[in-house]
Design a protein. Sequence first.
Lengths: 471, 315
Amino acid sequence: MVAAFDEMNGFGGEVRAPYRALAEWLGVQHLDTLRQKSAEAEVLFRRSGITFAVYGAEEAGERLIPFDILPRIISAEEWRRLELGIEQRVRSLNAFLYDIYHRQEILKAGKIPEELITQNSAFLPEMIGVDPPRGVYSHIIGVDLVRTGENEFMVLEDNTRTPSGVSYMLENRETMMHLFPDLFSRNRVRPVENYPDALLKTLESVAPGNLDAEPTIALLTPGVYNSAYFEHSFLADQMGVELVESSDLVVIDGLLRMKTTEGLKRVDVLYRRVDDDFLDPLVFDPTSLLGVPGIFDVYRSGRVTIVNAPGAGIADDKAIYSYIPAIIEFYTGKQPILANVETYNCREPASLKYVLDHLAELVVKEVHGSGGYGMLVGPKSTKDQIETFRAKLVANPSNYIAQPTLSLSTCPTLADSSVAPRHLDLRPFVLIGDQVRLMPGGLTRVALKKGSLVVNSSQGGGTKDTWVLQE
Amino acid sequence: MLGRTANDLYWLSRYIERAENIARLLEVGYRIVLLPREGEGFHEEWRSTLESAACVQGYVQRHGELLTQNVIDYMLFDTSNPSSIASCLASARRNGRAQRTALTREMWESLNSAWLEFSAIRPATVTSNSLPELLDWVRSRSALYRGALLNTILRNDTFYFSQVGTFIERADSTARILDVKYYHLLPSSEMVGSDKDNYQWAALLRSVSAHRSYRWVFKDHYRPLKIADFMILNRQMPRSLRSCYDELTVALRDLAVFYGVRHDCQTTAESTRDLLLEADMQNIFQSGLHEFVQDFIGRNNKLGNEISTAYHFSD
């Protein structure tokens, strides 16, 4: 494989413009000082309780997501293009959701195979004809971007259900400002700290109409054992809204109410961080003990707004992903500004054949998988692993998609013995309500193992602070 | 505020207070066991310590015989004992984590670091030399949390429910120590003056951190009646039943003002406080200290239940 594009050094040669100040600073730092700062960062994170739970990990409980102290930097010009591309994409995704839950023009036009929607478990027939306020289904979207060259940013994945990681974006910045105030005086970094405020404005803007008072907002968490619980409580705290579990909620007289010390109180907007299946046992999963019986009826009658809307997940389904360029064109009449990664849908016989012939070069993912579980990275796998995966693929082709193994860009990272390049991606967070609000920054995830391309925290990935520079 | 939040805050305070009380009881028990004495007197001491902590049944089921090492282990590290210090710190931190949004950063960090540091201790490394230091550490962590609460939290329902939890737990603890330890000492009170006797009374006061303040308040030798008076009726002594109920009535009155509604619990707390205000130690002894304390423990539990109902802790 050819050498990856490095965020600081490009394909070799001069230091790229946005990294000049950092490179200069880094040049005069001792490795020991950096290590010490790194240890200080860890103490700060541990003390504030920023942990995440790892599924299946023996020691269970809580682990710290590793933080790398060297920032990832994006120039103003690069960001401007990303901004346009992301806004175009999230507006199209919402237009697509509105359409498939109403007239389904895109299916009638033959742009997407109908069964990909109607046979998809992420498509909720219960949502047909429901009109969410402002026509927004996915209010909070995390767009996963990868980079392979100076101008090559591509969207690897959209997260339109309950994207997580924004608390790391915020705490990473806090930590960096605490540890390296001098770096911020040498670089004009755009702030991200108003995210909770922007989120609150977005949530308020999609409240049901005809309320007598300011809307009451609550954040619904699966509970303290959820891997993203820290983030849930962090956001509720920053916004000053109640953090509720489904047992704190009840539907009475056609309204959603929460159980407070003063009795029941109406909830108008519910920012839920639970999956569709655990929202309402009466509608989605009768065997579930979780959820709020009757909440979906309240939602359908327009007396509570659920954020993101049930059924929004169809827009980030991996089987739909390869049709996103067509979706953007269909609803905007324009070409996508941000490209997709080339994708083979294994449900198509020709694609399946190609994938089976090239398993050693491809990345194969489960259509419904997430978090880096259940995937094959061909070039990094042994023959045995490839053959085991081949059997699974042949048994159930429509469960998989495949993509070329991308040479993800790298960025200088504090490794065991030196500062060394490591592969990374970028998840900016975008809010959609009365307007589209994109935070200048995001979550940069970095694969800490040398040569690794898997950046997920559950698979040994870490994070970096992400700087978007002012003009 | 969610009813569940109020419940978690109330219990969080109780667990922190309980960890501190257990540490103090163990410290006293351990000092007494170190005393030279005939036979197997230490059995009696550990039995009364476990009884004061309402842990005697659990201990006997698990270990049977009363051995110093087992008692220490059961009360410090055994997570099957819901009142062990390990359990208290873990439960407090679990409640705090569930209600992270209600706590200030200082409160959370004190809880979290107490739990992290305690979890890192290997029970086998705790020797008789390091035990007093460890128990001191537990008390200092409880003080740190209380300090963070008092200094950083808004004076609203979060604070009031935290106060209520602390003082319900403290009242219960002082009452149990009276009922068990004080009671055990009474028969020997005719022998006032012997060194051992003095030591025992001092130890009793130590278990409520009052052996020095007693001297300041009474300027007298340890006398059973005065000690009981100090622990029950004295308004200066911060762990007396009277002090606990002074604090409880204030916190509950503040809650009633905050929400604009009074419930049964306010009336119950005030009537118990009035009882302590008007009581006279001679009369209490005449009608029976044990009966008095049992009645008090019952009232205190009833108050806890009424608070839970009034503020929808769980429904």
